[in-house]
Design a binder for this molecule. Structure first.
Ligand SMILES: [Zn+2]
Length: 238
């Protein structure tokens, strides 16, 4: 049966609207060169699940070499996957997009080979983690990654720490000038990817919100979802 004309007109309009929305979304994810809008919604900060912590603290061990070997395998797999995906699609992967968004750069270089080597050679050490550095978990420079031999880790802790250190010095500016991103930009990218420690810092710094002790009602969350000015209001209050 033929549909009445009004419905068809309406549906064409709807379709156009949807198309425009999709177009808009695509534009937004393809590195526009603008700095990522400050994100007030924790659910937007879930690019990948790799930073998700384990639910249980069972089995934390100090400097377990087999555990480190497994963590290396895990991180190398993530980097390898993204490298391949970029080569195949020619588009930024979720991992790369986080750095584009955080830095506001249009083009970045990604040091897959160098960081994968650093991961392969990562080792436990006591030397770097004396005194006030005793509670740090990891250290990274351009070529090496070192992990705190004093700290107890669960399987997942070690994966997260290793991935975190692997993502330092991972992205660099392609335009002339200083190629290094600042640590703050790198940490912002990691928070977008779901690194919990960095999310806590990010919310504290930019939103004055203690996300660890933050609760909201369903009505508040609905308002946040539907009100486009919600973020700016909070910023004014803060
Ligand atoms: Zn860091």
């Amino acid at each position: 049966m033929k549909k009445p004309a009004r419905t068809i007109k309406h549906s064409i309009k709807e379709r156009r609207k949807k198309k425009a929305m999709i177009k808009h979304n695509i534009k937004r994810v393809q590195g526009t060169g603008r700095k990522a809008k400050l994100l007030c919604d924790i659910r937007k900060m879930r690019g990948v699940r790799v930073f998700d912590p384990s639910k249980a603290r069972y089995g934390a061990r100090i400097a377990s070499e087999p555990m480190l070997a497994r963590a290396k395998e895990y991180v190398l797999e993530i980097l390898e996957k993204n490298k391949k995906q970029h080569a195949q699609t020619g588009k930024p992967t979720v991992l790369e997009q986080a750095f584009l968004d955080a830095s506001g750069e249009k083009v970045l270089r990604f040091a897959y080979g160098r960081r994968m080597n650093a991961v392969r050679n990562a080792k436990f050490t006591k030397k770097r983690f004396m005194g006030k550095f005793r509670t740090d978990h990891g250290y990274a420079d351009r070529v090496k990654i070192e992990l705190n031999e004093y700290a107890p880790y669960t399987e997942k802790d070690l994966q997260i720490v290793l991935l975190h250190e692997a993502l330092h010095y991972f992205a660099g500016r392609a335009r002339p000038g200083n190629p290094d991103l600042t640590e703050e930009v790198e940490h912002h990218a990691m928070s977008l990817l779901g690194d919990r420690d960095e999310q806590i810092d990010y919310f504290h710094k930019h939103w004055n919100v203690d996300i660890l002790h933050y609760s909201s009602t369903v009505a508040q969350r609905k308002r946040r979802r539907t009100d486009p000015n919600w973020g700016s209001k909070i910023l004014l209050e803060a």
